[in-house]
Design a protein around this ligand. Structure first.
Ligand code: HEC
Ligand code: HEC
Ligand code: HEC
Ligand code: HEC
Ligand code: HEC
Ligand code: HEC
Length: 265
């Protein structure tokens, strides 16, 4: 037992070095900043402030799948190429931010307009970098009663969903295609290639609630055969495989024990 813990610590140490060398390590974001994306392919060029998109507020209401599969947002910051015209036609942000959709008894405010002077306050809610516009939702008030965790947003999102503290919308009449109920698959263990390293327990059931199947298969995990394409912790640290989500939006990789849960026999 003791040697296992020592090995684990040594590996943690080497992992920290990998994190440093890979250039992945940044200043650790504050809980409300974790999962924030600054979108600025066109805004600055068009005389608008860059757009700040917060995952915490949106993921507390909608599934990852809805936005990243049905609405087609890319899972890499600043690569989708959303334009004001797209939003006005009802794509991307405009699928919800259309001034018509009703959600939790509120009308979701409209997104872009051709007229840059029409409703400055509204523009500022999204085109908010360095605008210090007052937001309707404050992270700390909004998440006050959510179950807590140590890293990332400081929230146990998994528990928040399973306890029913948040209820996720996975379907919008006007964009989503009706799908059959998802099949339920068994959990499985992944055995790391290093002796003494605790096994990782991967739960299809828990992941599917947020991600459906299409977010992982075939793009992130092309094969569905466990272990058929071996990947390493280094690749995960580089933002591939599990790291696609667990570096920027889901709980971060610093939380080793949340994945390496099962002590190997
Ligand atoms: C309301 C829509 C919406 C929801 C819900 C949503 N996302 Fe996103 N996500 C976005 C947008 C918009 C971007 C930025 C895309 C861009 O800049 O091109 C993004 C970017 C990302 C990125 C890239 C971040 C980076 O820094 O490179 C990841 C990873 C991601 N999302 C994962 C998730 C996961 C996991 C969930 C569910 C827990 C989720 N998203 C829920 C809209 C959403
Ligand atoms: C799936 C639906 C959906 C999509 C897509 C979506 N949002 Fe939202 N967003 C909401 C809802 C619902 C709210 C809460 C609105 C309210 O209650 O006033 C919200 C709130 C916001 C707020 C909160 C402002 C405040 O005052 O606290 C911002 C900013 C925002 N969204 C930006 C964006 C941006 C930028 C995009 C596209 C990159 C986007 N959203 C895509 C549903 C969506
Ligand atoms: C719900 C969020 C949201 C709101 C509200 C919003 N925008 Fe946008 N807007 C975006 C996003 C996202 C982009 C693309 C960001 C990028 O990559 O530069 C964008 C881009 C733009 C662009 C860049 C040029 C182009 O053709 O794409 C202009 C101009 C623009 N918006 C005008 C406005 C104006 C004017 C308002 C207020 C009336 C407004 N927007 C309100 C989300 C929003
Ligand atoms: C968060 C990512 C993720 C999601 C979401 C996901 N999978 Fe998987 N799936 C995996 C991984 C990882 C493996 C193992 C393959 C590997 O290691 O390359 C796997 C393996 C499988 C396998 C073979 C293993 C077995 O138990 O027989 C099947 C079949 C499968 N997935 C189907 C699905 C279906 C159907 C859904 C939706 C209900 C789904 N997956 C959702 C990540 C995911
Ligand atoms: C498509 C995005 C995505 C990918 C890829 C992904 N996850 Fe997750 N994972 C999530 C989301 C969303 C949650 C909910 C909790 C959160 O966001 O912090 C989660 C939760 C978890 C949890 C806690 C729930 C539980 O099962 O007890 C574990 C452990 C986990 N992931 C491990 C993994 C492992 C291991 C891999 C790679 C084989 C992986 N994840 C790949 C999105 C992803
Ligand atoms: C999101 C889940 C997740 C988190 C968090 C995580 N790991 Fe892993 N780790 C994995 C998976 C999956 C593998 C298995 C890769 C394989 O062998 O197929 C792995 C494998 C490893 C291995 C075996 C060598 C290798 O490259 O495969 C080591 C060592 C390791 N992890 C260390 C760590 C340390 C240290 C941390 C914390 C800093 C950590 N891991 C956090 C999922 C995770």
């Amino acid at each position: 037992m003791k040697t296992k813990i020592v090995t684990f610590c040594l590996l943690f140490f080497s992992a920290s070095i990998v994190l440093g060398q890979g250039g992945v390590k940044k200043k650790r974001p504050l809980p409300h900043e974790y999962g924030q994306v600054v979108m600025d392919i066109y805004s600055t060029g068009a005389g608008m402030a860059p757009v700040i998109f917060d995952h915490w507020l949106h993921r507390a209401q909608f599934t990852c799948r809805l936005c990243h599969v049905d609405l087609g947002f890319s899972m890499k910051a600043n690569t989708t190429g959303v334009t004001a015209a797209d939003n006005m036609k009802g794509y991307y942000c405009g699928a919800c931010h259309n001034g018509k959709m009703s959600h939790n008894n509120r009308t979701v405010f409209e997104s872009c307009s051709k007229d840059l002077t029409v409703d400055q306050k509204r523009c500022d809610r999204c085109h908010s970098q360095d605008r210090y516009a007052k937001k309707d939702y404050d992270f700390y008030t909004y998440t006050e009663k959510f179950p807590k965790e140590r890293f990332g947003n400081g929230i146990d999102w998994e528990k928040a969903e399973s306890d029913g503290v948040i209820k996720l919308v996975d379907y919008l009449d006007w964009v989503s295609i009706k799908r059959r109920p998802l099949p339920m698959l068994k959990d499985f263990s992944i055995h790391p290639k290093v002796r003494g390293m605790p096994d990782i327990v991967f739960s299809h059931k828990k992941h599917t609630a947020w991600n459906g199947c299409e977010l992982c298969h075939p793009d992130i995990f092309p094969s569905v055969k466990v272990g058929s394409r071996p990947y390493s912790m280094v690749e995960i640290f580089e933002g591939k495989f599990c790291g696609t989500c667990h570096t920027s939006v889901s709980f971060p990789l610093t939380d080793c024990q949340r994945c390496h849960t099962k002590l190997a026999q």
